[in-house]
Design a protein around this ligand. Structure first.
Ligand SMILES: NC(=O)c1ccc[n+]([C@@H]2O[C@H](COP(=O)([O-])OP(=O)(O)OC[C@H]3O[C@@H](n4cnc5c(N)ncnc54)[C@H](OP(=O)(O)O)[C@@H]3O)[C@@H](O)[C@H]2O)c1
Length: 257
């Protein structure tokens, strides 16, 4: 059952991808541009965004740091003034540094929160009033399967993604009746600079291009949660129902941590 208005034609639609200089966001921007969408791309690395846009006629480059509310507001004003209200905004920017409680860094805990959770809040703050007034638009948040339950190394990262999953559910409840789409994207492992730091074999590892196809497919099907690859994510979903003792034992067995 489609929980959101389906987005199955992209020609002429405006999509704003935040976190598009590398990885999944970049691949998603390319996938939408190929389908005829008008695409605006944001991240901190303006050179990388310009290189991306050089191969994509019409692509709009809006460099910003997502943890800076004023920068997000200025980019949004520029986008809306020149291109109109986005049909879709994808809050894909993310930060990940493996961390354990035995080497706790408050600065890293806060940095993850500022980028991964604070960034999407800034986007909501600048886009929601116009989307509510127009009664249209789709807000898509980038979560992770690390949101489902506690995982080793995810001390700083996991809680930000769990917060986004909860936020997306509440947004859906408030916004669906107002005509807006809301989705949460929960990928397994995707081969990007972010996961290049992992020193363990990553099961069911995907390319960013395959991830982008799964995301665009989820928007087109009107899904609320877009999770992939399903052969991996369904298994993790099953673990969500284990009692804590069994869950902790299973994680220790699987990771050795
Ligand atoms: N790869 C995976 O297996 C995986 C799995 C689940 C979820 N995710 C999520 O997917 C999203 C994309 O990650 P990725 O794997 O594609 O990694 P990535 O290639 O490292 O991409 C991260 C993106 O976020 C941008 N970014 C980081 N900090 C930013 C900031 N302060 N302001 C603006 N942009 C910022 C980066 O651009 P700049 O450095 O140019 O700013 C880059 O475009 C993240 O939210 C990540 O948590 C990834």
């Amino acid at each position: 059952m489609a929980l959101n208005p389906r987005i199955d034609t992209w020609a002429g639609r405006l999509a704003w991808i935040v976190g598009a200089s590398t990885g999944i966001g970049r691949a998603t921007a390319l996938a939408l541009h190929r389908r005829g969408a008008r695409v605006a791309v944001s991240a901190r690395d303006a050179d990388a965004l310009q290189r991306l846009a050089r191969g994509c006629p019409g692509m709009v480059v809006l460099p910003l740091d997502v943890s800076d509310r004023e920068a997000v507001a200025a980019a949004s004003r520029e986008l809306i003034a020149n291109q109109g209200l986005p049909d879709l905004a994808f809050a894909c920017a993310g930060h990940y540094l493996p961390q354990r409680a035995t080497a706790f860094s408050l600065a890293e805990m806060k940095r993850h929160m500022d980028i991964n959770y604070g960034g999407p809040l800034h986007l909501l703050d600048v886009l929601l009033p116009d989307m509510l007034a127009a009664g249209r638009g789709h807000l898509s948040l980038m979560g992770s399967v690390a949101a489902y339950r506690g995982l080793p190394q995810a001390l700083a990262y996991g809680p930000t993604k769990a917060a986004l999953n909860n936020l997306a559910e509440v947004l859906y409840l408030d916004l669906h009746e107002r005509g807006l789409g809301v989705s949460i994207v929960n990928p397994g492992f995707v081969q990007t600079p972010l996961t290049a730091q992992n020193r363990f074999p990553m099961p069911a590892l995907m390319t960013p291009e395959a991830a982008a196809e799964a995301i665009v497919g989820g928007w087109s099907a009107g899904r609320f949660e877009i999770h992939f690859p399903r052969r991996f994510t369904w298994g993790l979903k099953a673990l969500q129902h284990l009692p804590h003792g069994l869950y902790f034992a299973a994680v220790r067995r699987a990771t050795g941590l």
